[in-house]
Design a protein around this ligand. Structure first.
Ligand code: 13P
Length: 262
């Protein structure tokens, strides 16, 4: 596999938290806490609720803050009779860079299928944004030894019909469902093993080059205290952070993991 440097991507998924006033305060605080060096060492994205996107975009652009704007999901069509849905074209117009797709909460609570996730991945790419494709197993699946089968199935289905070049430029987030919002984190060793398996799956479905350059995040109770160990694993290229991304100090602590490692 070709040797490439993958810049870590630390993403804050705010889920259904923070109205647009709270979002503005959080992003301003984050910008104050993070230094130029921090934002040169890693890529950072924040994924506020839809109603906050325009406000956060305005703050990021007015103050030239090097944090990318992200969304938490979208529809796959450009427009139409889809009450309550948001078009990827609208997100692109707001300069959204990254869109989370197939988060376990969307799959489990809102019934998103692998086919729907795949259609969204393609739509996000079509509109010039980067998908963060989520995968991960439940506790039952893990205990039944079915982690690899579940994750490989989600990755294969999510990337069906996507070119190897596109795969190499996107992001996959491995988020074991039992570690989300529970305070339970996969051990760095376990997280590394699954992320290495995801990379091998990408080599199989796309190409060796795509596998070498695709960024794989770990998500599930990432905190300032465990970020360094997780991020030090060779196949973990960043984090998808939920709870800890809501508090500017905590999220900044995770973003600053390279300086804590030094
Ligand atoms: P927590 O960091 O709260 O466990 O959430 C992880 C997650 O689901 C991010 O998308």
């Amino acid at each position: 596999m070709a040797k490439v440097t993958r810049t870590p991507l630390i993403s804050g998924n705010w889920k259904m938290h923070h109205n647009h006033f709270e979002a503005i305060q959080t992003i301003q605080k984050l910008a104050y806490l993070l230094h130029k060096d921090d934002l040169e060492a890693v890529d950072v994205s924040v994924h506020p609720p839809f109603t906050d996107l325009r406000s956060v975009q305005t703050v990021l652009e007015a103050d030239d803050i090097q944090i990318a704007l992200g969304a938490q999901h979208c529809h796959f069509e450009e427009k139409g009779a889809f009450t309550g849905e948001v078009s990827p074209a609208f997100l692109a117009k707001l300069n959204v860079s990254y869109v989370i797709v197939g988060h376990s909460e969307r799959r489990e609570i809102f019934g998103e299928s692998d086919e729907l996730v795949n259609a969204k991945v393609k739509a996000i790419l079509k509109w010039g944004m980067t998908p963060i494709l989520c995968c991960g197993e439940t506790l039952d699946e893990r205990e039944a030894g079915a982690t690899e089968e579940k994750v490989a199935g989600q990755v294969r289905a999510g990337l069906a019909g996507v070119t190897a070049e596109q795969v190499g430029a996107l992001v996959i987030a491995y988020e074991p469902i039992w570690a989300i919002g529970t305070g339970r984190t996969a051990s760095a060793e376990d997280a590394q093993a699954v992320c290495a398996f995801v990379r091998a799956t990408v080599a199989d479905v796309a190409s060796a080059d795509a596998a070498a350059s695709v960024r794989i995040q770990y998500g599930g109770s990432v905190k300032p205290g465990n970020a360094v160990e997780l991020m030090s694993q060779p196949d973990i290229d960043g984090a998808l952070v939920g709870g800890a991304s809501l508090v500017a100090e905590d999220f900044a602590g995770i973003v600053q993991f390279p300086s804590q490692r030094a």
